[in-house]
Design a protein around this ligand. Structure first.
Ligand code: CP
Length: 307
């Protein structure tokens, strides 16, 4: 298979396992490219890409921009905080104006779940969802899968626990879909208040005890508590959350086997994970960031139909 089954990348839910494997295999080739002395290839010459960020981002925004430039695309960047959105312009009007400038591909992060799907129904350009509210963050899940595969080999049969604020996490949902499509076993771990009611219907295991979850898994993906999406209190205090669900070096070293530690970033050091765990030799957090560029190059390349 050399083509994706979808026109856009709106969510992992829409991808087949063959699509995911094609993206990961293509990313493998691009990882070689970005480690060469000359890191740039002409694959997306004459393609214009708009990066529309209606919500803050460090990793995703920089990673997409770097991926686009490594592929020789023309890139325009838009941040809502410095745009006419502040003067009342709607999403559709903003995007139509950008498309009038002959943009082929749009990468969009937006605080509203479904924003990328909405856009795909109204404009002709190809859309990549760079995170829509608490819904999906497909390229994060793809780079997470790539990083697990790189570290542990075949994902089928591996056990991955996602720890923390599952309720407000787009990373959790995309990871669950992606890992299950690749044959991994997935567990979620956190306080009941931070697990969505529907979570059992996704076929994941549920565990409330962090030590038991860590003893079960090969990989632990530690999520940030997303205070910016919490309108009510879901636990008494951050201190209490950290006591029950924070991962420190004592707990990590007391486990019966060595597990891989992941985090999508941004990290709240000392809350969900201590610095000595984040910076330990079991952590692949910076490898995730490095792999993000190769994976996003693969997604852009495949969606642009240049393969
Ligand atoms: N992982 C992630 O999406 O990070 P940013 O919010 O910095 O893009």
């Amino acid at each position: 298979m050399t083509k994706l089954s979808t026109k856009h990348l709106l969510g992992i839910k829409d991808l087949t396992s063959e699509d995911i494997r094609l993206i990961l295999n293509t990313a493998d080739n691009f990882k070689d490219v970005i480690n060469r002395q000359i890191k740039k290839v002409p694959s997306l010459r004459d393609i214009t890409i708009a990066n529309l960020f209606f919500e803050n981002s460090t990793r995703t925004k920089l990673s997409f921009e770097l991926a686009e430039k490594r592929l020789s695309a023309d890139v325009v960047n838009f941040a809502s905080s410095s745009s006419s959105v502040k003067k009342g312009e709607t999403l559709i009007d903003t995007v139509n104006n950008i498309l009038a400038m002959k943009v082929d591909l749009v990468v969009m992060r937006h605080p509203n779940p479904g924003a990328a799907v909405f856009l795909s129904k109204h404009i002709d350009a190809k859309i990549i969802n760079a995170g829509d509210g608490a819904h999906e963050h497909p390229t994060q899940a793809l780079l997470d899968a790539f990083s697990i595969q790189e570290k542990l080999g075949e994902i089928k049969g591996k056990r991955v626990v996602i720890v923390g604020d599952i309720l407000h996490s787009r990373v959790a949902l995309s990871n669950i879909f992606c890992l299950q499509k690749l044959g991994a076993e997935v567990m979620v771990c956190g306080p009941t208040t931070l697990l969505p009611k529907y979570i059992g219907s996704l076929g994941v295991k549920i565990e409330h005890n962090l030590r038991k979850a860590l003893e079960w898994c090969d990989v632990a993906n530690m999520l940030r508590i997303q205070l910016e999406r919490q309108e009510i209190k879901y636990f008494p205090s951050l201190r209490e959350y950290t006591m029950l669900y924070g991962l420190d070096k004592n707990l990590l070293d007391s486990l019966s086997k060595k597990i891989v530690i992941m985090h999508p970033g941004p990290i709240n050091r000392g809350v969900e994970i201590t610095s000595d765990v984040a910076d330990s030799d079991q952590s692949i957090i910076l490898e995730q960031v490095e792999n993000g560029v190769a994976v996003r190059m693969a997604v852009l390349f495949l969606l642009a139909g240049r393969n």
